[in-house]
Design a protein around this ligand. Structure first.
Ligand SMILES: Cc1cc2nc3c(=O)[nH]c(=O)nc-3n(C[C@H](O)[C@H](O)[C@H](O)COP(=O)(O)OP(=O)(O)OC[C@H]3O[C@@H](n4cnc5c(N)ncnc54)[C@H](O)[C@@H]3O)c2cc1C
Ligand code: SF4
Length: 465
């Protein structure tokens, strides 16, 4: 038996200093030689633990084998059989805690770089096969219509699966662009919008109709959809409402929610001001409060927009940071200043009500709380000040209440999330399914996709009686 190669192939990235000044993609992707060498590390385990670790059950060994054999059309086929959005997942999925976490090679060395290979295969298809030549077999039309609300990864996956099996699907999206957080939240340097648009176009090419600027709950309600020709409705409306600190001074000028900041920068292209007419205030010193992917993205956008100093203020320690390790490392390399065990007490303004400083507490960690992480506690008398012109609050989000308020009979939790069966997405309201962040609260792209897949399978069962 050939000797195991326990070291993974690194992926080239833009230089840390250079990339801090532009919005171009940071990770540059494998070359063909690199991809083949990395794919060659896979030992094609009989039990395929990596597949169990993938929420949409991509046939990982199969697509990797095709890469080693230089059979790229087969690699695409094996990958896209289960995943309609591989270019997106290959870039932003937390593989390190999913498929790669259970890869056999990880027991002795580095797991196979499954995410990087997924990205390589998706990019190969985009660069080599014209959209019109991408043949997908669709089942015979059933004549049943499904309305899918929202166009994030949960909805795109549900829509793609339902269309492939013969149902007619219309996506209703509130914004003027489809893609959900992938378009308005995650920045260009991590997930280029052209990649998202390409995968949205693929879903459209299957026959899914996308109606933009269509807010369900305002234009028409879920009940009206059910009464007007749709046999089922899937809610994939995400969690777009920001959570705030609720501390003194939070209304000062210069304080953003991460949602507003990232929407301005990404969707409204503030990073190309004045070519795009969207100003964004940056100032010299920016504090981002939070420790997830949203906080990392906000901090790295602020840096690229010209801030001289960017802090990430996080109330626990580095060990508990919820953001992807790779993105924390990228942020640190770019010069973001992490202040751990720190939490704002209040924001302080100048005479014009512009933010001037933050008063913070030093924190310490106590016993684990309900989340299993050690509870942060204020160190009494530890207050200190940091001068800042801009603060971005990235503490998480909850679902917008519009759908819940306009849909009688839908059950929601005290956090505003919709109650749905985990394995089917079925809500308590007849004809209505839900999945993704609107059910779980802010989570991940792939968990939203998994929920979209499970709901599509259950809706299909229902439609076929
Ligand atoms: C900045 C940021 C960075 C992230 N980074 C990562 C990452 O690196 N990896 C990862 O896996 N996850 C990441 N996430 C989380 C991930 O993006 C989400 O978990 C995922 O997008 C949820 O998908 P979804 O389909 O449930 O909803 P969303 O992507 O939120 O899409 C919901 C869509 O529904 C639309 N909508 C809402 N209400 C209505 C209505 N009433 N009518 C019509 N349309 C409506 C919204 O406009 C939106 O387009 C990140 C999130 C953010 C904000
Ligand atoms: S677990 Fe790792 S080595 Fe085994 S088949 Fe999957 S990717 Fe290959």
């Amino acid at each position: 038996m050939a000797k195991l190669n326990l070291n993974r192939m690194e992926m080239p990235r833009q230089d840390a200093i250079e990339r801090g000044k532009n919005f171009n993609e940071v990770a540059l992707g494998y070359t063909k030689e690199m991809a083949k060498e990395e794919a060659g590390r896979c030992i094609q385990c009989a039990k395929r633990p990596c597949m169990e670790g993938c929420p949409v059950m991509v046939d990982i060994p199969e697509f990797i084998k095709a890469v080693t054999e230089d059979n790229m059309p087969e690699a695409v086929r094996a990958l896209k059989g289960k995943n309609a959005l591989p270019g997106i997942c290959g870039r932003v999925c937390p593989q390190e805690v999913q498929c790669e976490a259970v890869c056999t090679l990880g027991k002795k060395g580095a797991p196979v770089a499954i995410g990087r290979l997924e990205r390589y295969v998706a990019d190969w298809e985009r660069e080599n096969i014209a959209p019109a030549e991408r043949k997908v077999e669709l089942a015979t039309a059933t004549g049943k219509k499904v309305a899918v609300v929202g166009s994030g990864p949960a909805s795109l996956t549900a829509a793609a699966d339902l269309t492939k099996i013969g149902h007619e699907v219309v996506i209703l999206e509130a914004l003027h662009v489809a893609g959900g957080v992938l378009m308005y939240g995650i920045p260009e340097f991590r997930l280029p919008k052209a990649i998202v648009q390409g995968e949205v176009d693929y879903v459209k090419s299957l026959g899914v109709e996308i109606k933009l600027n269509s807010i369900v709950g305002k234009l028409n309600t879920v009940d009206e959809l059910l009464q007007n020709g749709y046999s089922a409705v899937f809610l994939g409306t995400g969690a777009g409402l920001p959570i705030f600190l609720n501390c003194p001074g939070e209304n000062l000028n210069g304080i953003y929610s991460a949602n507003e900041f990232l929407t301005r920068v990404n969707l409204m292209k503030a990073y190309r001001f004045p070519e795009y007419d969207t100003p964004v205030r940056i100032g010299k010193r920016v504090a981002v409060i939070g420790g997830g992917n949203v906080a990392m993205d906000s901090a790295r956008c602020a840096l690229r927009l010209g801030a001289e100093k960017v802090y990430v203020i996080y109330r626990r320690s580095e060990v508990e940071l919820p953001a992807r390790h790779e993105e924390v490392e990228n942020a640190q390399e770019e010069g973001i200043d992490f202040r751990f065990l720190t939490n704002p007490k209040q924001f302080i303004g100048d005479e014009s009500n512009n933010l001037a400083a933050m008063e913070c507490y030093q924190m310490e960690l106590g016993e684990p709380d309900a989340s299993g992480r050690r509870r942060p506690m204020v160190k009494e008398g530890s207050e200190f000040k940091i001068d800042v012109d801009v603060a971005i609050v990235a503490l998480g989000t909850t679902p917008n209440p519009l759908i819940a308020q306009t849909t009688a009979g839908l059950e929601t939790t005290k956090h505003g999330t919709v109650v749905a069966d985990e394995s089917t997405g079925k809500t308590v309201k007849a004809g209505v399914w839900a999945g993704g962040d609107v059910v779980t609260g802010a989570a991940t792209v792939i968990s939203a996709m998994g929920a979209g897949k499970r709901a599509a399978a259950d809706i299909d069962k229902f439609l076929r009686g």
